[in-house]
Design a binder for this molecule. Sequence first.
Ligand code: GLV
Ligand code: MG
Length: 311
Amino acid sequence: MSHTLHPLRKQRLQRSELAVPASNVTMIEKAANGPADYVFLDLEDAVAPPEKEQARRNAIQALNDIDWAAKGKTVSVRINGLDTHYMYRDVVDVMEQAGNRVHTLLVPKVGVPGDLYMVEAMVNQIEMAKGFSTRVGLEALIETALGMANVEAIAQFGGRLEALHFGVADFAASMRARTVNIGGLNPDYPGDQWHAAIARMVTACRAYGLRPIDGPFGDFSDPEGYKAGARRAAALGCEGKWAIHPSQVTLANEVFSPTDAEVTKARRIIEELRSAEAQGKGAASLDGKMIDAASERMAKNVLVIADAISG
Ligand code: GLV
Ligand code: MG
């Protein structure tokens, strides 16, 4: 390894991330009692401008009334973008009135590290002023050409940043990619047209200790399409995927959970290497395949997630 190491900044189970418009109180209650690892209460694109203030009030109430942690969930609020006049009030009201209840703020359309600096400075001040002993985390959506062009710099922001999300819908819009679908493949492209972007974001995340999360898949009546997208994201190193419909939550949980066979194999790799080590050997073979210290690192990644799932 290099002498420079950036360990994972914060471990959280984030296989499924259910997006809930904070304008819809019934959906918030259902989300709290459903199987998602993560719920984000949306104040941004799923909320129409006339609903913004009521949605903010609903989010604050849901943070205070529901014990999300006791339900085994991480709860986040997606604030509005820095280019809107809603954003400062989202941060001030949510943090002043529920800053010790919300786990993270999700910042949309981050383009430069300074966007996060602004949010970080605001939450620092509010937590100090309110005397909170909790520390809200920050997550950033990479969903514009500018954000993707600066993703390595954004990933190095430090501070409270713990995860980056690939927002495929806005990214497609920002790139003027030829589609009007949210996620999914364009048959005109030989392969996955989002591969380069998501792979770049995942690399930036893993280099600087952040969790990479894949964004939405709009066609909620196509579970196979959803699962295929989730499997591609998992293959690249993403820890989870958004669900824009409750039916997608179980699909995400399934895809991003190691199977029993994977966990058993991971344990066998580690055992086999321990006994090889006892005989003074660094490499060994398992089921006809060579394994070495890198196999152990891969196996440990599987076990970390399996342990997090079993709590
Ligand atoms: C999410 O916000 C997206 O634009 O995909
Ligand atoms: Mg978006």
